[in-house]
Structures are given as C-alpha cells and as structure tokens.
Design a protein around this ligand. Structure first.
Ligand code: BGC
Length: 373
C-alpha cells in the first residue's frame, strides 16, 4: 500500500452524472442522463486532464445497476471495467476514492420498494460484498453519498424518484441507510486489510439571529449530527460535502448572509466551511472535504470560490482540525439530477454534442493553489 502522508487534492464525480449508457431507477423515471459526459469510454483522457491539473486523488462512484443488473447476478465485465478505472488512476499516481452508492439504484431494487424495503440494507450489503472482494486494492471507500439529501428529496419532498411524500418513509429510509452503512463498513473491513471507510455527508452551516439559537441547534442536530452519531462507531473518517449556509430567522431558512449566488441561486458563504469543520471536531476523525463546488457556466466565480473555501479550510486546519483532503465538485460538467444538464459544475467544460472537453481558467487557478500548498 502506498503511504498517505500527503494532502489529497482533486475532484469528485459520480457514475450516473458522467458515465453515460446507464439504465437505472432515474432513467426509468424519465430523468435520463443519456450519454452524459461519455466518461465511461473516456476515463483515461479525463484522468490525464485531472493529472495535468495537479490532482493526486479522484473520487468517483461505481454504478450498482451495472454491477448487479439483475437481482443476485453480478457482472464480471462491469467490475473489470472499474478495475481498469482504478488502474488508470494508479498509473497516474492518483489515489482512488470509491463511492459505492451515489443516489442511483438498479431497476429491480426500485421495483421491490428500493430503500423502503425492510431488507434494503441486506441487498446493498450483498453488492458491497461483491465490490470489495473484487476491488481489494482500493483503500478509501465511501459507502453512501448524502443519505439525508436523498431521503428528503426522494421520500419527503418527492422531487426525485420514487417521488414519495411521507414522513414515515423518510424515517424508515434513513434507518435503512444507517444499517446499510454499518453492514458495509464491516464487510469492507472483512475483505480489505487497512481499508478506510466513511460516508459523504452533506452538512450545512446554520447561522442565526441570536434569539433563534434553539432552532439552530435543532437544525444542526437533525441535519448535521444525527446520522454521524448513528454511525460513529463505524467510520474511519468523515467525508464532508459542503455547499452553503442557511440563515435562520424565525421559521425562515434563507441564504441571506451569502456574499453572492451561483447559477442555481445557491448562496456562496465560504466561512461556513470553517464553522462546519469546527462542529465535526468532536468526532475526532480525519476529515476529507469530499465535495465543494458551484454551478457557474461562465466560470466567473469559481476561482474566487475555490480560493476562499480553501482559505477557510486552512484556517480550521491551523486550529487543529484534521482535514486531509479537498475534492472539488466536479471534474467535468455533468447531469445535475432533476435539473438536467444546464447547471455547469465542472473544472472542465463539456460540449455535450460532441463530448469534447475544455479546461476552464479556474481549473488552472486551483492548480496553482495545489502547487503552492
Ligand atoms: C451531490 C452531487 C451534486 C452536487 C451539486 C451534491 O449534493 O452529491 O451529486 O451534483 O451536490 O448539486
């Protein structure tokens, strides 16, 4: 195993958002990513770009629906594909961070109730068992990406498939994710000596007008802490996805204090990263910032966004918070779930017609920060 005394700098992505050619519960529900960024056949070229931009790590996800297209039937061909992806990273001296689940499910799994199924965690564990047995050279694993974001959007507000709106479902799905993570954690450790396992957790910085402190605490507890508390004995590191803050005044949660907004109207509030990192200190685990980024088609705000977030990350580190890596979201423009292809999150621009790539200026500014660090 290589040594990990260096800080990881890189970018993150997920299978359905970039690969293309995937049939899963999203495509079935009409949110079809089609050929996406064509990354499935272009991963080597994309990793060359990442390497040329100074990255020494890359976070990507493997697609459950490719690996287990029918219940209990695992695809040797697809796992070999991901072995090649991992080899391609290693050849470029980039560390692979593998996410096992990033919002998408095989169609057969959604047909039996998806994450509501009482045995959801066990179905997931069986897939994880196959993946970990076959990808033993991977050290860093993220079992699930943002389980609360998914549970909220898919089972409460209903904007993502399967489009449910039920409090009861919301809580049972979250419980199944807790269980799925714990089982997967054990499974990966059974197969891989020295593996490091965590999740990617979306945390928000809630700032408040003083009199609303009690509400801030409730919001922090449910959104930022609850899930991490539940898995505290089953994680080797914390993966933090930080995008924005919410300002609390009364029952209004808004991006009011933001310095400016992204193309999606999300408030940009870099110091929130510092406060969110401080909140994580109590877990006494290494932290990787597994996602941080913005939709900015014109690339007007991305350089400053990266610079400012890294400034606040370093301030937290100077105060003793053990941050060991930063992954920008994302390497390439990609399929942004219910919002389609319009939002542009990439350090690298993708022309979806011909699938060509063009490095954005901010990617070079990020490279400079990496080189100076
Ligand atoms: C998700 C990504 C998504 C990004 C921007 C994160 O919550 O993990 O899949 O593209 O946010 O919305």
């Amino acid at each position: 195993m290589p040594s990990y005394d260096k800080f990881f700098w890189g970018a993150a992505a997920s299978a359905y958002q970039v690969e293309g050619g995937i049939d899963n519960d999203w495509s079935e529900a009409g949110f079809d990513a089609g050929k996406a960024a064509g990354h499935y056949n272009r991963f080597e070229e994309d990793f060359d770009l990442a390497k040329s931009l100074g990255h020494n790590v890359h976070r990507f996800s493997i697609e459950w629906s490719r690996i287990e297209p029918e219940e209990g039937k695992f695809s040797q061909k697809e796992i070999e594909h991901y072995q090649k992806v991992i080899d391609a990273l290693r050849e470029r001296r980039m560390e692979p961070f593998v996410t096992l689940w990033h919002f998408t499910n095989p169609v057969w799994f959604s047909k039996i109730g998806g994450w509501k199924n009482k045995n959801a965690a066990q179905y997931f564990e069986r897939y994880v068992d196959f993946a970990a047995r076959n990808l033993k050279e991977v050290k860093f694993w993220l079992t699930v990406n943002e389980p609360l974001v998914y549970a909220k959007n898919a089972y409460f507000s209903g904007i993502w498939p399967p489009g449910k709106q039920s409090f009861f479902d919301l809580f049972s799905v979250i419980a199944h994710f807790v269980n799925a993570h714990r089982l997967s954690y054990e499974k990966i450790h059974q197969h891989i000596l020295g593996a490091r396992v965590g999740i990617a957790k979306n945390n928000i910085y809630f700032d408040e007008e003083k009199s609303w402190h009690w509400l801030k605490r409730i919001a922090e507890y449910w959104w930022n802490e609850y899930f991490l508390n539940k898995i505290s004995k089953h994680q080797d590191f914390i993966g933090l996805n930080y995008y924005f803050h919410k300002h609390i005044e009364g029952l209004k949660f808004s991006p009011e204090k933001a310095h400016s907004v992204s193309d999606l109207g999300w408030g940009i509030f870099p110091e929130g990263l510092y406060f969110v990192l401080r909140e994580l200190k109590k877990y006494q685990k290494p932290i990787y910032i597994t996602e941080n980024g913005l939709a900015d088609a014109k690339d007007e705000k991305r350089s400053q966004f990266i610079k400012d977030h890294i400034f606040w990350m370093k301030k937290a580190m100077a105060e003793g918070i053990d941050v060991q890596g930063y992954f920008h979201w994302s390497l390439l423009d990609n399929f942004e779930w219910d919002k389609g292809f319009k939002p542009r999150f990439g350090l690298v621009e993708v022309d979806y017609k011909i699938l060509s790539r063009k490095i954005r200026p901010s990617a070079y500014d990020y490279k400079k920060i990496i080189e100076q660090s």
